[in-house]
Design a protein around this ligand. Sequence first.
Ligand SMILES: NC(=O)c1ccc[n+]([C@@H]2O[C@H](COP(=O)([O-])OP(=O)(O)OC[C@H]3O[C@@H](n4cnc5c(N)ncnc54)[C@H](OP(=O)(O)O)[C@@H]3O)[C@@H](O)[C@H]2O)c1
Length: 249
Amino acid sequence: MESKRVALVTGANKGIGLAIAQGLAANGLVVLVGSRVLEKGVKAASGIGPLAHGIQLDVTDGASITAAVDRIRSGFGRLDVLVNNAGISHAGRPGMTFPEIMKTNALTSAPLEDIRTVWDTNVFGLIAVTQAVLPLLREAPAARIVTIGSSGGSLGWNSAPSNEHRRMYGNYSSSKSAAHAATLAFAFSLEDTRIKVNIACPGHTATALNNFSGARTVGQGARRAIELALLDDDGPTGTFSDEAGPIVW
Ligand SMILES: NC(=O)c1ccc[n+]([C@@H]2O[C@H](COP(=O)([O-])OP(=O)(O)OC[C@H]3O[C@@H](n4cnc5c(N)ncnc54)[C@H](OP(=O)(O)O)[C@@H]3O)[C@@H](O)[C@H]2O)c1
């Protein structure tokens, strides 16, 4: 069995997930760089260093999840940290114009198929991966689950009429609200275990998800998630925060 703590980061071949993987390896953890295209995960891992390993993982594919869990058990014998990072912002397909993509965001106009696509990754993928790795996390001495959430999915903020961003609250943001709710449900169910479950908001970060419009770097976006992945036993569970502190649900 691996003697170091082992972390799995979903969607870690690029963006905030890659920066989280880098940060966890810098803290001495063995890091499994989840990637739906294995070669991209292997390449990203080789850029991080010897503590990182690429692992094929499509969070919407049950067979891929099962194979990844088998590989973790047989290759490492433990899992201490799960970071639910994989996410998509829209169901747009190559060649679509920006206005066409926006129609896949407003629930008033989005085809149900496009809503399912986003929720499959951002919500059901998170639930499926978390369920699948729970037996390993339960065996770990002090496991941590971190979901990458979004203040844009805060129901409290969006319900305030003064919040001008609420017009953007659609398919993506509501999927993040659902991801927060699902993560909180895991936290409640695991309250009497050693597993701590928390949500980190990275802030508006420049990645492919938003066509690199964010103001923050991926290193900044990864910071709160890394802190929550490395919480000691006195740390909280069932929280939603960014670097500045708690975020309203
Ligand atoms: N950027 C922001 O401002 C911001 C703000 C708040 C929250 N977030 C959250 O941060 C997380 C990371 O996003 P990012 O900004 O870093 O975007 P990104 O650069 O587009 O990275 C998204 C990652 O998720 C992966 N992914 C997508 N679908 C997947 C699937 N079915 N299975 C496995 N991996 C999958 C992507 O893989 P491929 O390379 O194969 O596509 C990629 O590695 C997301 O949960 C997002 O909602 C981002």
